[in-house]
Design a protein around this ligand. Structure first.
Ligand SMILES: C[S@@+](CC[C@H](N)C(=O)[O-])C[C@H]1O[C@@H](n2cnc3c(N)ncnc32)[C@H](O)[C@@H]1O
Length: 266
């Protein structure tokens, strides 16, 4: 029997919640439906947590786009894998022991999408790049890796999308801020749930300039009625200074999409 590779990473708190990652699922269906269509794509949820909910919900939400898609939930905690197994229905739904070395858990198969949510926030900042690089080895060319953080309910989310090029490298594609308009008060609220690579960098010139510009745009639109109207108008003002998408199907649903990583110089 081949020796199973040791999962790379460390066990962390397993807190999750029903519908916590709904905004990420909806975003992918709206913004990248083509990625999920075609064939029987393999989708991997790294670190599904103390219950299998988010992995199962993700599949249910995307079945309309592709009834053949398959999901694999990976956990570094063997007990959490054991507790998820009654929900498995292979090959459509499986749960396996695994870490950032997703390739080992997939035994040679490639994933079209890997989601790693509310996992890296519990690691040190210098663990982020090696973890992303390792996970991306399991992606097929053109595949997407999502890494992000949410608040406990999932009403506010921030995530990075990376896409694998045909050369094998992953490139940062976009940074997405999502709100269901119920928890959001103002842009600064997102600062506590930034991806780990950014959360300690708020005083760096580019993130500081971005949030100052967004915050200012919010203040300038404060006369508008309702957070949604303010969100949309503020994005229009912000676009003069930062490459944010004004695509109504995303913006009106509570997603501000920045084509950039906020790393480097303004
Ligand atoms: C806070 S929970 C997140 C659960 C779910 N993704 C969510 O957002 O609600 C983090 C989970 O990631 C798991 N984890 C931590 N490092 C991991 C790794 N390298 N590979 C797989 N799972 C990991 C932990 O065991 C924990 O159950």
């Amino acid at each position: 029997m081949p020796h199973a590779a040791k999962p790379v990473g460390q066990a962390t708190r397993g807190k999750t919640a029903l519908n916590r990652l709904r905004q990420i699922d909806v975003y992918m269906a709206l913004a990248h439906p083509g990625l999920l269509r075609g064939g029987a794509p393999l989708i991997v949820d790294v670190g599904f947590g103390a219950a299998a909910w988010t992995t199962l919900e993700m599949r249910t939400r995307w079945l309309g786009l592709n009834p053949r898609l398959r999901v694999v939930g990976l956990e570094i905690d063997p007990l959490r894998v054991a507790e998820a197994l009654p929900h498995a229905h292979p090959p459509q739904i499986s749960f396996r022991l695994g870490g950032f070395n997703v390739s080992d858990a997939l035994q040679g198969e490639k994933a079209r999408l890997i989601r790693c949510y509310n996992v890296l926030r519990q690691y040190d900042e210098d663990a982020v790049k090696p973890a992303l690089d390792t996970m991306s080895l399991a992606l097929e060319p053109g595949g997407i890796l999502i890494e992000g953080t949410s608040n406990p309910s999932g009403r506010m989310v921030v995530f990075d999308l990376y896409q694998k090029a045909s050369t094998g490298v992953i490139n940062h594609h976009s940074l997405v801020f999502g709100s269901n308009f119920r928890a959001l008060i103002e842009p600064a609220d997102f600062q506590t749930i930034l991806p780990k690579r950014l959360i300690h960098r708020m005083r760096d010139p580019l993130p500081a300039a971005f949030f100052a510009a967004w915050q200012e745009a919010f203040w300038r639109t404060r006369h508008l009625r309702g957070i949604k109207a303010q969100w949309i108008s503020a994005a229009r003002l912000l676009q003069a200074r930062f490459p944010v998408s004004l695509q109504p199907g995303l913006l009106h649903r509570g997603y501000l999409v920045l084509r950039g990583s906020l790393q480097g110089q303004p």
